[in-house]
Structure formats: structure tokens, C-alpha cells
Design a protein around this ligand. Structure first.
Ligand SMILES: *Cc1c(COP(=O)(O)O)cnc(C)c1O
Length: 333
């Protein structure tokens, strides 16, 4: 199977599995799991924050992040298409009574600060209390400009807002920019990172922040059912991923660029950012292309704008097959 639906589909490699098998474990709810403690320390170190927390999923990491920043009746400003607004089942509102204030992102994935400023509520009993700005980096594969992050940081300091970054794919940004994580995470209070996407771990996300914040987050993680016991087996995969699978994201970006060029050569309108390619399909091709590819062991989520995601389980040869089959599909139309 060649699976281009997402970078979440990556499977643990034999070397990662062997790191998991040889993990020393303890009970992480007691703070006793050496593998989890090492992973959390490494995440804190890389992000330049005082502490970090290991959680089962990115959705839970974002939920716990919002619960730890905001009280009932508070509000967070977030992108209309952001994962932690649109794709997390409304968790912050449902479980935290935290009101989202979504605003439309600009073409480059930033939330224009004049729009953010206009959405901040005055201190008045009619309104929810605006507490937090949440940004997503990368957003649809787009790397947010560092100058924008710096500006958003200053902006939130002036207005006493917290700044959270949903950095599910933050390492795609650091690799694309050739910068260390700390040079992006210095512009936020808190950061979530997914280990289970392009980094290739089977499970796991990290939330980074200051010590008091992470202590609060630990309680919310327990409350939301994320306190795992011998989680060192999973943390070992995460540590392996941080050590071995970050710089190789560059290959995924190069593969995505190559795929985009090949599709363009077939007359398809495409855009490409880091490990994501967006291909525009005529509506009548959507269902037939999906079926054609499926019959040839290629999985895509066909849509009028089809997102194709490269990752460590698809190499150039696999992408060549995709192009060969796509060409054959077009010839058969
Ligand atoms: C994948 C993703 C998450 C979290 O997803 P999980 O599947 O819950 O791990 C959060 N934010 C963004 C931007 C994502 O892409």
C-alpha cells in the first residue's frame, strides 16, 4: 500500500520497535517511568521551556493546553480552519466551557493581528474574557513566517493574552527554516508537538510550557483520562523519533516538491508546502480517481482539492508509481 492520505499513517520502523521493546518502564502517574521522564526532559530542553508533558494524542494535548490556560467563560481566538477549533469535536467548548472566537486565516496561514485585535472583547460583563491566541504551525503545510511569530508574541504581551502554538508539525517548520525548535518556541507560552505524524511514532504528543503551567496540565491530563502507566514503551518511540526522524523530514519536503512538479507536468493545478501537496481535480474525476488508485493499492483522500501528504513510509519510487498510475487514469478518461 502507498498511503498519501496523511503522515499519521506511518508505522514504527524495526529500529523504533526495538527501542520500544527494550524500554525500561515504571508507573508514569507516580512520575516513575524513566522513559517518559527522559522524553519530557528532552522536549523541555529542545523547546527551551521549563517543563513538558507526554500525552496520548495531539487532540488531548490541545484540549489540556486550553483547559490549563482558560477558565470557564474565557475565550480563545483561533483560526476558522484550525485543528483545535474545527477538528477536535469542540472539546474546549464542550469540556472546558471555553468559548472559541474563530477568525479567518490569511493565505499564508497567519491570523492577521488587526483581525485578532478587533476580536478581543473589552472588559465588560456582556462578554467572555479573551484570554488566549492560538496559532497553528505548520498550517496546511505552510510555515508561519518567523517575523510574524515575533510580532504575535509582542502583540499578546501588550494585551495580556497567552499565546499557544499547535505545533503538531512544528518540526516540518524548523527543518524547512533550518532553525532549532527553540528559535520558534521562544515566541509562545505553550506548544504542542505530535510525535505520531511525520516523526513516525505510533502514538504520542508533547505539551511544553513553564513549570506551574505543566503542573496544572498534569492534573487536566489525569482528569481527561490521559494518565498512562507503563508509558515508557510509547515514550521510547517518541525519543527515537526525536533523535532519528527530525532532519529526515527534509526528504519528505523534497518528495512533496517532486510530486507537485510531476502533477503539474500532467496539467494539474497544484500548490505545495513542506510535506503537503494540494491538487485541484475536476469534480467528475474525484470518485473515479479514488477508486482507480485504490484498485492499484494507492490510498488518497480524493476531493476537489486533494491533499497528498509525504512521509517516511513513501519513497521516491512509490511516488513514481503514483505518477504512473495517475497518468494512466488521465489517459483512460
Ligand atoms: C494531527 C493534528 C493534531 C492532533 O491530532 P491527533 O490525531 O489527536 O494526534 C492537532 N493539530 C494539528 C494541526 C494536527 O494536524
Amino acid at each position: 500500500m502507498i498511503d498519501l492520505r496523511s503522515d499519521t499513517v506511518t508505522r514504527p520502523s524495526p529500529a523504533m520497535l526495538s527501542a520500544m521493546v527494550s524500554a525500561r518502564t515504571g508507573d508514569d502517574v507516580y512520575g516513575d517511568d524513566p522513559g517518559v521522564n527522559a522524553l519530557e526532559a528532552e522536549a523541555a530542553h529542545l523547546s527551551g521551556k521549563a517543563a513538558a508533558l507526554f500525552l496520548p494524542t495531539g487532540t488531548q494535548a490541545n484540549l489540556v493546553a486550553l483547559l490549563s490556560h482558560c477558565q470557564r467563560g474565557d475565550e480563545y481566538i483561533v483560526g476558522q480552519q484550525a485543528h483545535n477549533y474545527k477538528y477536535e469535536a469542540g472539546g474546549a467548548a464542550v469540556l472546558g466551557s471555553i468559548q472559541p472566537q474563530p477568525i479567518e486565516a490569511a493565505e499564508d496561514g497567519t491570523l492577521p493581528l488587526e483581525k485578532v485585535a478587533a476580536a478581543i472583547k473589552p472588559d465588560d460583563m456582556h462578554f467572555a474574557r479573551t484570554r488566549l491566541l492560538s496559532l497553528e504551525n505548520t498550517f496546511g503545510g505552510r510555515v508561519l513566517p518567523v517575523a510574524y511569530l515575533a510580532e504575535a508574541w509582542r502583540f499578546t504581551r501588550e494585551r495580556q493574552l497567552a499565546l499557544h502554538i499547535d505545533g503538531a508539525r512544528i518540526f516540518n517548520a524548523t527543518v524547512a527554516l533550518e532553525l532549532p525548535l527553540s528559535s520558534l518556541s521562544c515566541y509562545c507560552d505553550t506548544l504542542t508537538i505530535c510525535l505520531s505524524k511525520g516523526l513516525g511514532a505510533p502514538v504520542g504528543s508533547l505539551l511544553c510550557g513553564d513549570a506551574d503551567y505543566i503542573q496544572r496540565a498534569r492534573r487536566w491530563r489525569k482528569m481527561t483520562g490521559g494518565g498512562m502507566r507503563q508509558a515508557g514503551i510509547l515514550a521510547a518511540a517518541g525519543s527515537y523519533a526525536l533523535e532519528n526522524n527530525v532532519t529526515r523530514l527534509q526528504e519528505d519536503h523534497e518528495n512533496a516538491r517532486w510530486l507537485a512538479e510531476q502533477l503539474q507536468a500532467l496539467g494539474i493545478t497544484v500548490s505545495q508546502h513542506t510535506n503537503m501537496v494540494f491538487a485541484q481535480l475536476p469534480p467528475e474525476q474525484v470518485a473515479p480517481l479514488q477508486a482507480w488508485m485504490r484498485a492499484r493499492n494507492i490510498l488518497i483522500s480524493a476531493a476537489p482539492v486533494t491533499r497528498l501528504v509525504t512521509h517516511l513510509d513513501v519513497d521516491r519510487a512509490a511516488l513514481q508509481q503514483v505518477i504512473t498510475q495517475w497518468k494512466a487514469f488521465l489517459a483512460a478518461q
